[in-house]
Design a protein around this ligand. Sequence first.
Ligand code: HAM
Length: 420
Amino acid sequence: MSAAFRAPKGTFDLLPPESELWLHVREVMAAPLRRAGYGYVETPVFEETALFERGVGESTDVVTKEMYSFVTRGDDHVTLRPEGTAGVVRATVQHRLHAGQLPVKLWYAGSFFRYERPQAGRYRHFSQVGAEALGVDDPALDAEIVSLAVHAYADLGLRQVQLMLNSLGDAVCRPVYREQLQAFLRALDLDEETRRRVEINPLRVLDDKRPEVQAQVSGAPVVGEFLCDACRDHYDAVRRHLGDLGVQWVEAPRLVRGLDYYTRTTFEFTHDGLGAQSAVGGGGRYDGLSEDVGGPPMPGVGWALGVDRTVLAMRAEGVRWAAASRCDVFAVPLGDEAKSRLLVLVDDLRRQGVAADLAFGDRGLKGAMKAADRSGARLALVVGDRDLEAGAAQLKDLVTGDQVQVPLDAIVTTIKERLT
Ligand code: HAM
């Protein structure tokens, strides 16, 4: 016999009952977006490889080391999406959504793929809920979208999420900063690859996690000192709006993020109960991305929240949440005729909105009652052949242990009464 298959490295299976928590997190993250007029968008899980190369940036770790890229049988170069923004911008341009009402507000949820070194909170297949607002460069929109994420975390019961905020400047002031940063970095004692990176993408060097690099870059110039007037005004306005909205943040002058498309406002949500992978979400403005991927000039701002890491944060904080009951009524038929009758009755209950299940397989009364207990149901409905003759069923309250006989034709109403 060959060895049984296992889920690939860096991935995990979501199984009940824990899987309910992932659904819950996605729903709670999406709720504030839907209330704020964001429409649901679904784009393909794979896109042309060049979209990510040009959108996310050719010198980022995501593009150079972490993409699941392959050539199809039709000779197409495609990549499993490592993030959602490039695909959403591509779809907006392709369908000319920006020709309609602005901003175009979109949200999404789904699977993303990065070939990273797996560790706690870092997976090769992970889940995000994301939001993008396109076509308008208004600092109030930056503030709105940030506050929607703040609401989502609060609604999930999280108390220890911190917002780290920075501005990365734009096409006017970033090049000036870039040159200054390069001059600083060239004077450091760095390895060959990092030196190359200084020339191609010096901001990435600031994000290098190695302690020997961190120690050297701690005195590097920060982008905030180089912001042009327009970027400074924009950032001031974002902060003023955030203050009005009651959002708290920490200034993070060294926050650069791992994707290249960011301009101006950038932010990350961190949680200190997670160890090294502390970012539970992140995002920012990306005013040049549309043009980078062949679209018209179209500013944008957005974020993605990591569902898996948010679940870890909830566990770290010991957040309690109420799972919707999987089963309210568990039916236990004793004999074939009772089973036929209860199968229909359970179907009827479900159609009337009651979560109901049935003991399948012939397990006998003891085994079936054990299944009823395990199901978490409040009520067990037991019907034997003698009950059928009498036109009755035994309704047992699994919490109190009380049992009453109920006429079969009144069973649905009785159950609904008992459950309210
Ligand atoms: P990101 O910071 O790369 O941004 O990812 C957002 C969040 O996804 C992270 O904060 C983290 O919680 C989660 N995440 C990322 N990689 C992994 C992983 N390997 N395992 C588990 N969780 C992970 C983006 O993806 C941008 N598209 C966000 C954005 C939208 N910016 C503008 N609009």
